[in-house]
Design a binder for this molecule. Sequence first.
Ligand SMILES: Nc1ncnc2c1ncn2[C@@H]1O[C@H](COP(=O)(O)OP(=O)(O)OP(=O)(O)O)[C@@H](O)[C@H]1O
Length: 234
Amino acid sequence: MTLEVKGLSAGYGKVTILHGVDLVAEPGEITCVLGPNGAGKSTLMKTIAGHLPVTGGEMRWEGGSVASLGALETLRAGIGYVAQEQNTFAKMSVRDNLLASSLAFEGAGARVEETYRRFPILKERSHQLASTLSGGERQTLAIANALLAAPRLLILDEPTAGLAPIFVDQIIDWITELARGGMGVIWVVEQNPEKILKISRTTWMFDAGRNRETLPSRDLLEPGRLEAMLLAEH
Ligand SMILES: Nc1ncnc2c1ncn2[C@@H]1O[C@H](COP(=O)(O)OP(=O)(O)OP(=O)(O)O)[C@@H](O)[C@H]1O
């Protein structure tokens, strides 16, 4: 259940954004991705999730190549993805979102009820359109949608950006529990870095389309270290 990326290149059309990215994500661990705006963090997440084609290098998951898989095949292979934006079916109700996310996966229908048990707020909002949810409710729904496919690796692109602390803490608790159960997590972090670094083992410092440094997350919790790292990138 390890993801291994070697010399990965990808981008948009003829524009290359990722230039030879190397990284490893381990099962049961939360890995943070930090870096300045435009560093290519979202592009990397989209590429791992099969939403953008790999143009060079290799990407192996659970021992096999996933470099040429599209988005649905990647999801079926056990890699879930919560995009930064437009991550729910906006014109559908909460319940229909959860049902639609279950459709392609055998036995996933029963998990809708489990999702409601875990997040009563989604049950309360069951008939409300996703587009009318608050930011925290929408992110909760987006993560729930991704988890209905029972991923063994979950990619989160800034899931707590702009959320009230109560939702941030709920999402952190939820993801921590899932990681303890063996799920790997790759978490792009912009806001609340300290909270997320605390529950993560490894951090990738991303810059200019490359994984500039891989370091233990606890090192970044030393006073001033995170600020120095981020400043050094500009
Ligand atoms: N759809 C697109 N078409 C062309 N270029 C794009 C597209 N999306 C992003 N880019 C470019 O790719 C580069 C990396 O963007 P990306 O969103 O991956 O960075 P990021 O590290 O996630 O930034 P942020 O922290 O602001 O979300 C930027 O120069 C951006 O302008």
